[in-house]
Design a protein around this ligand. Structure first.
Ligand code: XLS
Ligand code: NI
Ligand code: NI
Length: 433
C-alpha cells in the first residue's frame, strides 16, 4: 500500500443526477446495451505511462509532478506498480496497458533490462492474480532511450535493430505471460528527420522484416492475441512511416502481413494526419484491420499530440458508431492514452480525469448504440446505394468499358444528381446525442 490515493473512494455508478465528483454519472458497467454489458463493450484500459511514469514536463520546463515512486530502483518500480493497482481498484476498469520502460527500471544493458522486466512481470502477475484488471496490451518503448534516436527497426545501425528486436521479444514474452490480449507496435522513431541522410528503400525493408519476425514469434510462442500497429504521421520524427491507416495497410500488403496485423487507432494521431478519428476507424474496419483504440483528444489548434482526456460526447459518439458498425471490439478496447495537464498535481486529478473520460465514453457509446438500433441512418445509407442492387449495375463490376458504353447508348442513360441530404442526417444524429 502506498497510501497515495488515501481518502479517495472506489468510484461507483450513481446515475446522471448525482452531484458526487467521485461517482460515475453515465458509466454503469452492468447496464446491458445491444445484449452485452457496457463494461464488455467499452473494455476500458488505463495507460501506465501517462498516469504513473510521466513527470509533467514540457519542452520549456522540467517535471511538475512529485510522485513518491519516482526514481530508478526496483523498490520504486514496485511502489509504482502498487500505486497503479490502487488507482485500478478505485476506477474498477477491466484493463491496463504498459511499455517495458514504464514498469521496470532502465538497466545498463539488455541483460539487466530483461532481468528487471521479468522481476516486474512476476510482481505485476501476483497483483493481477489477487484481483484487478487484465492486460489489454503490452509494448516495447523503442523511442525514449538515446540509442533509438535514429529509429529502432529502421535504424541505419544493425546493432540497434538487433537490440530492438531482442527487446521486442522480451516484451512479447512479458505480454504473453500476463495474458495480454494484444501486442502493440508504435514506431515513434521509425521515420526520419532529414531525407539527406535517409535511405527510404532500405528502411522499409528493415521494417517489413522486423514486423514479419514479430508475427512469426507470436505463432512460435502460441500468443493468441492480435499484433497491432499504431499509426501516427509525425512526432517525435519529422516524418513517420506508419503515417495513417491507409499507409499502414499498404505496408502490410507489401509484406504479406495484412491477414496477421491490425491497427490500434489513436484519436490524436488521426487528427495529426488530417483525418477524423471516425474516418480512421471506418477505413480500418472496411479493410478488415480494425483492432483497438487509444482514446484521447487532440487540441485542434496545436499541431502536436496533446493526449488530453476525451470530453466531447458528439465526437466520441461518431467513433463508437463506427466501432459498433464494425461489430464492436474483439481483442481490442478503449485505452486512455491520455495524460492530465502538468498543473494537475493532486492524486484526485488523476482519478477524476479517468472518471470524466469513462463517463464521456459511456454517454457517447450509449448514444451510438441507440442511433444504430434506430436504423434510420443505415437505411438512408443503404437507400443511397440501392441502384447498385440492380443486375445491370452489378454486371458492370465484372464488365468492361465497351459493354458499358453500349448499354449507356442503348438505354439512353442520363443520370440526374440526387441530394446527399447531409444536413438531414446531421440533424438525425444530433437527436441521439
Ligand atoms: C505516442 C503513442 C504511444 C503508443 C504506445 O504518441 O500514442 O503512447 O500508444 O507506444
Ligand atoms: Ni497511443
Ligand atoms: Ni499518441
Amino acid at each position: 500500500m502506498t497510501g497515495y490515493f488515501d481518502g479517495i473512494p472506489a468510484i461507483r455508478y450513481e446515475g446522471p443526477e448525482s452531484d458526487n465528483d467521485f461517482a460515475f454519472r453515465h458509466y454503469d458497467p452492468d447496464a446491458v446495451i445491444l445484449g452485452k454489458r457496457l463494461e464488455d463493450h467499452l473494455r476500458f484500459s488505463v495507460a501506465w505511462w501517462h498516469s504513473f511514469a510521466w513527470p509533467g514536463g514540457d519542452p520549456f520546463g522540467g517535471p511538475t509532478f512529485r510522485r513518491p515512486w519516482f526514481g530508478e530502483g526496483m523498490a520504486q518500480a514496485r511502489a509504482k506498480a502498487d500505486a497503479a493497482f490502487e488507482l485500478f481498484l478505485i476506477l474498477g476498469q477491466p484493463f491496463f496497458c504498459f511499455h517495458d520502460a514504464d514498469i521496470r527500471p532502465e538497466g545498463r544493458d539488455f541483460a539487466e533490462n530483461t532481468r528487471n522486466l521479468e522481476a516486474m512481470v512476476d510482481y505485476i502477475g501476483e497483483k493481477m492474480a489477487a484481483g484487478g484488471p487484465r492486460l489489454l496490451w503490452g509494448t516495447a518503448n523503442l523511442f525514449t532511450h538515446r540509442r533509438y534516436m535514429a529509429g529502432a527497426a529502421t535504424n541505419p545501425d544493425p546493432d540497434v535493430f538487433a537490440f530492438a528486436a531482442a527487446t521486442v521479444k522480451t516484451c512479447m514474452d512479458a505480454t504473453h505471460r500476463l495474458g495480454g490480449q494484444n501486442y502493440v507496435l508504435w514506431g515513434g522513431r521509425e521515420g526520419y528527420e532529414t531525407l539527406l541522410n535517409t535511405d527510404l528503400a532500405r528502411e522499409a525493408e528493415q521494417a517489413g522484416r522486423f514486423l514479419a519476425m514479430v508475427v512469426d514469434y507470436k505463432h512460435r510462442i502460441g500468443f493468441k492475441g492480435a499484433i497491432l500497429v499504431e499509426p501516427k504521421p509525425q512526432e517525435p520524427s519529422k516524418h513517420q512511416y506508419d503515417h495513417d491507416v491507409a499507409t499502414v495497410y499498404g505496408f502490410l500488403r507489401r509484406f504479406g502481413l495484412e491477414g496477421e496485423v491490425k491497427v490500434n487507432i489513436e484519436q490524436g494521431h488521426a487528427i495529426l494526419a488530417g483525418h477524423s478519428f471516425e474516418h480512421e476507424i471506418a477505413l480500418a474496419a472496411s479493410l478488415g484491420i480494425f483492432g483497438s483504440i487509444d482514446m484521447n483528444r487532440n487540441d485542434q489548434q496545436s499541431g502536436w499530440d496533446t493526449d488530453q482526456f476525451p470530453n466531447n460526447v458528439p465526437e466520441v459518439m461518431l467513433a463508437y458508431y463506427e466501432i459498433l458498425r464494425a461489430g464492436g471490439f474483439t481483442t481490442g478496447g478503449t485505452n486512455f492514452d491520455a495524460k492530465i495537464r502538468r498543473q494537475s498535481l493532486d492524486p484526485a486529478d488523476l482519478v477524476l480525469a479517468h472518471v470524466g473520460a469513462m463517463d464521456v465514453c459511456a454517454r457517447a457509446f450509449t448514444a451510438a448504440a441507440r442511433l444504430l438500433q434506430d436504423g434510420r441512418l443505415e437505411a438512408a445509407r443503404a437507400a443511397r446505394y440501392a441502384g447498385w442492387d440492380r443486375p445491370a449495375a452489378q454486371a458492370m463490376l465484372t464488365g468492361d468499358l465497351e459493354a458499358i458504353a453500349a448499354r449507356v447508348l442503348a438505354e439512353a442513360i442520363n443520370p440526374e444528381p440526387r441530394s446527399g441530404a447531409q444536413e438531414r442526417l446531421e440533424n438525425l444524429v444530433n437527436r441521439f446525442v
